[in-house]
Design a protein around this ligand. Sequence first.
Ligand code: ZN
Length: 250
Amino acid sequence: MLVCPTRSAVAMLFAALLLAHGASAEGALDKLVAAYPAFLVGHDSQTLQWKDGTRMPVSDGKADKAFDQKLRHPSLLDQMELPYPRGPLAAPPGPQDDPGRFRNVAFFDKIYGDCSKGQVEKKLVTVPWLPKSGGGVVKITSVNGVAEKLRAVSEELDALPSALKTYAFPSAGTYNCRVVKDTGNRSMHAWGAAIDLNTKHADYWMWSKGGYRNRMPAEIVAIFEKHGFIWGGKWGHYDTMHFEYRPELF
Ligand SMILES: [Zn+2]
């Protein structure tokens, strides 16, 4: 007897979806471990395991956390919850599409240092920023090879046509020991792993009276994404000049 190929394909897809849903926490933690090989060695369903023997809980045990609570106090699993869409956006992000804005402070403090204790600043190095275009220099963390990745981004941006690279320099800043205005949580700038581009062409949800707006060229976004940096233009709380190193989201 022949099995209807369509019905069998549907059944297989359904089974795969069930499996993916059950395994989503597992898969998210695998991605996290793979993205920070210098620091992480593995995980189980409860803890993330660090090279130095530290174990960090992956969840805070709070069920049904509101979006706002996740922005302020995300667990490691919350941090991985929203998928980051690589490549051009088909439509503006929805109000709660904020992939990458859930940042677990204990996790990033352990990797990059606690800026309030002066631990981040001493790991910053100087990288030329679009040197052929007169972009000056920026300071960025040397941890995780972020400085080398930003240097590669800079070289690729510098090779773009002038009409495009004007959006990329001068940089409006990198390291800043500060919190995000609306959440009170730390920004990636506080860990020296974020960069803001030319403010002249920037759109930011707090300044804007209308809806979503962006002028950042897709070519610039693609170069950053290729090197593990996510773009703030893909957030409902958009910040189009902002890029930060978040390899776990790719
Ligand atoms: Zn920024």
